[in-house]
Ligand binder design. Structure first.
Ligand code: MG
Length: 409
C-alpha cells in the first residue's frame, strides 16, 4: 500500500462524529443545497461522511439532515460509512438546532464527539486524529489554520471600511472543522446553544462558557465548499486523478553551498555547533533548499528561487525551515500529502550520521509527517578534494494525491 501513515488508533474512547447537514446551503448559487451536489459521482455530503468514517479513531456517525432528505441521506451515508455505525436524524432550523438533535441521538458510550461540516469533504485522517487527541487531553479542540497575510481590523463591516488596527497575526487563526468536545462539554454547549442566539460554530459556545478549546493544525486542503468558485476548485480536485492516471508524483531537488567561516551551520533546520556555516542569502540551509525544490517540483509549483527569490530582501537571513513550511502549505493546498522523502548530504564535515534522526524529525515536523517518512544519509566526497569546501545535497520527494491517499488507507 502507499506509504501514507495513518495516526494510531485511540484506545478506550468511543469517538462519534456529528455531521450537521440540515441547512439549506444555497450560497453556492445552484438550486440544490451545496452538500447534495455531486462531485465526481458522489455527493459532497457522502464524501464528507466517508472521509470521517475512514479515520481509524472514529467509531460511528450521527447525521442531521432536512426531513425531506432522510431516506436519501441514509442510503448515501450507509454506503459511504465503511461499515461503521450511522444514525440519521432530522435537522433543525439553525446549525445549533441540528447539532442538538444529533447530540440527543448519540449512543450512551460516545465519550468524544466531533462536529464536522457536511461541506468539508477533503478532511484527512491526520487532522481528525489531532482533534481527537487534543480533545481527550483538554476537553475541547478544533482544527484551525494560521494566517500568513497581515491582518487588519476594520471599524465597520464592508469593503469600504477604514482600518482600526493591525492584529498580531501569530495569534489569529481560521477555524475549520472537525471541532471536538468531551461528551459532558458537548452537552453543556448544546444546552447553551438552545438558550442563546445564532453561532457559526460550537467552539464559540464552549469558549464563552470558559472551557479550554485547543487549536490543532488543520489543513489548507480542508476547504468548506461555500461559493460557486469553491465548487469549481472541488470539481478540479476530484477530477484531477482520472482512472489510470498516476496518483503519485516525484520530484528531485539539489543544492550546494560553500562553507563560510564565522557563520552558524544550519542543516535541515538544526543548528550544528562546532562546524563552519554555509554561505547564502538566507541562513544557507542547503538541506531545506533541496527539499523545497523536491516538493515543489513534484507538485509542479516551480522552485525555491521563484517562490523565495534572493533579490527579495524579505528572505535575507531567512529561516529556511520556515520557508520549507510555507512551501509545504502550497503543496498541501494543491492537494498533495507526503509519501516519503529521501536525502543524501555530501560533505567532509559535519558527520551526518549523528544528525540523521534529529534532522528527520525536524523535516518531518515541517511537512506534517512522521520521521519514518524522511530518510537522511551522509556521504563523504572521498578522493575528490575539489568538493571538500562545499556541502552538497540531493533530495527526492514522493507526493501522494490526497484522494488516493485516503482511498488507499
Ligand atoms: Mg540554497
Amino acid at each position: 500500500m502507499l506509504p501514507y501513515h495513518p495516526h494510531g488508533r485511540v484506545s478506550d474512547v468511543s469517538v462519534y462524529v456529528i455531521i450537521a447537514a440540515g441547512g439549506l446551503g444555497r450560497r453556492a448559487g445552484g438550486p440544490v443545497p451545496k452538500q447534495w451536489v455531486t462531485l465526481g459521482g458522489q455527493s459532497i455530503f457522502a464524501r464528507s461522511v466517508g472521509a470521517c468514517a475512514r479515520a481509524s479513531s472514529v467509531t460511528g456517525l450521527v447525521i442531521a439532515v432536512p426531513a425531506e432528505r432522510l431516506g436519501e441521506a441514509r442510503v448515501q451515508a450507509e454506503a459511504a460509512a465503511c461499515g461503521k455505525a450511522v444514525i440519521v436524524v432530522e435537522g433543525g432550523a439553525r446549525r445549533q438546532d441540528s447539532v442538538a438533535h444529533a447530540a440527543a441521538a448519540l449512543p450512551a458510550d460516545a465519550s468524544i464527539v466531533l462536529i464536522h461540516d457536511a461541506a468539508r469533504p477533503f478532511v484527512t485522517e491526520p487532522v481528525i486524529a489531532r482533534v481527537v487527541e487534543a480533545t481527550q487531553r483538554d476537553g475541547g479542540a478544533i482544527a484551525a489554520l494560521g494566517v500568513h497575510d497581515t491582518v487588519k481590523l476594520a471599524d465597520t463591516p464592508g469593503p469600504t471600511a477604514r482600518i482600526r488596527s493591525t492584529l498580531p497575526r501569530e495569534t489569529v487563526f481560521l477555524a475549520q472543522t472537525p471541532q471536538g468536545f468531551r461528551r459532558d462539554v458537548l452537552e453543556h454547549v448544546v444546552a447553551l446553544g438552545q438558550q442563546g442566539g445564532d453561532v457559526t460554530d460550537e467552539a464559540t459556545l464552549a469558549e464563552r462558557a470558559g472551557y479550554v478549546v485547543r487549536l490543532v493544525a488543520g489543513d489548507p486542503a480542508n476547504i468548506k465548499i461555500t461559493t460557486a468558485e469553491d465548487m469549481v476548485l472541488a470539481q478540479q480536485r476530484v477530477s484531477s486523478a482520472r482512472p489510470g492516471e498516476s496518483r503519485v508524483r516525484v520530484g528531485v531537488g539539489y543544492d550546494s553551498h560553500a562553507f563560510a567561516p564565522g557563520r552558524p551551520l544550519k542543516l535541515g533546520g538544526l543548528l550544528v555547533p562546532g562546524v563552519d556555516g554555509l554561505a547564502g542569502h538566507s541562513d544557507g540551509d542547503a538541506v531545506c533548499h533541496a527539499v523545497i525544490d523536491a516538493i515543489l517540483g513534484a507538485a509542479g509549483l516551480g522552485d525555491v528561487g521563484t517562490l523565495f527569490p534572493d533579490t527579495d530582501a524579505r528572505w535575507t537571513g531567512a529561516d529556511s525551515l520556515d520557508l520549507l513550511r510555507q512551501a509545504w502549505g502550497r503543496v498541501q493546498a494543491a492537494g498533495y500529502g507526503l509519501g516519503n522523502l529521501d536525502i543524501a548530504v555530501v560533505c567532509c564535515q559535519p558527520k551526518i550520521g549523528r544528525l540523521r534522526d534529529a534532522m528527520a524529525s525536524s523535516l518531518a515536523g515541517a511537512l506534517d509527517g512522521l520521521p519514518s517518512q524522511v530518510s537522511v544519509k551522509g556521504k563523504t566526497p572521498e578522493g575528490t578534494p575539489a568538493l571538500a569546501d562545499a556541502l552538497i545535497v540531493h533530495a527526492v520527494a514522493l507526493l501522494v494525491e490526497r484522494e488516493a491517499a485516503v482511498d488507499g488507507a
